[in-house]
Ligand binder design. Structure first.
Ligand SMILES: N[C@@H](CCC(=O)N[C@@H](CS)C(=O)NCC(=O)O)C(=O)O
Length: 215
């Protein structure tokens, strides 16, 4: 049976998984779920993910949740050679950027995306948004330094690191805030757009989220 991916296509966590599946040329079926209130509250969904969040991946008897864990699972199962999973040190070169993206870049991105785009204009707290934006710019600076001598975050090959950090760039530059990308980040961003999954999933219309705080 084909791999199933549950999740709404406007979720950047879902997009990370769909992007990797396209990159690995693994066939899958995407099941749109999470856009309507109560979608993740059913008994059926609770059995797949007790946290009631998307994405969830079902690969025959294997059920996996948490987007970065799904990425690692897919890399191990279907991309071990392409994605350098065999060697612990090589793996650590991209895993550090995955963890950093989730624990440092993502909270700042959420501060900007939720604070500015998802929160209705009349409720904006510009001071808080600016603080988060400053941290995002600092993150872009770190990425820029890393890309000074190499094409991708973990070296000269695409890796899971590029997915976890790269997913934020499109929205950061598309929400009408003054975000100009440092030059190495700009070059990397152009590379990412050449992979099939980035334009297809990440660069998709997210206007249904504007001024919407429900999910
Ligand atoms: N850390 C989790 C975050 C999952 C998460 O918060 N997913 C959101 C979409 S981005 C969700 O499931 N929202 C629907 C809901 O809460 O009902 C991951 O990376 O998978």
């Amino acid at each position: 049976m084909a791999i199933l991916v549950y999740g709404r296509h406007t979720s950047y966590n879902v997009q990370k998984v769909l992007w990797l599946l396209d990159e690995l040329q693994v066939s899958y079926k995407h099941i749109e779920l999470g856009s309507n209130p109560g979608d993740t509250e059913t008994d059926e969904f609770g059995k797949l993910n007790p946290m009631r969040k998307v994405p969830v991946l079902v690969d025959n008897e294997n059920v996996v949740w948490e987007s970065n864990t799904i990425l690692r699972y897919l890399a191990n199962m279907y991309g071990s050679v392409k994605l350098n999973v065999e060697n612990a040190y090589q793996r650590s070169l991209y895993e550090r950027w995955m963890d950093w993206s989730q624990t440092y870049f993502e909270p700042a991105f959420i501060g900007v995306f939720w604070g500015y785009y998802r929160t209705p204009t009349e409720l904006h707290n510009m001071e808080e948004i600016q603080k988060s934006l400053n941290i995002c710019m600092n993150c872009l600076g770190k990425i820029d330094n890393q890309l000074d001598t190499q094409e991708y975050l973990a070296g000269n090959k695409f890796s899971l690191a590029d997915i976890c950090a790269g997913v934020f760039i499109f929205r950061l530059t598309e929400i009408n805030l003054d975000v100009s990308l440092p030059k190495n980040v700009e070059r990397w961003y152009k590379h990412l757009q050449r992979s099939k999954g980035y334009p297809r999933w990440v660069m998709s219309d997210f206007s249904s989220l504007k001024g919407r705080l429900q999910y």
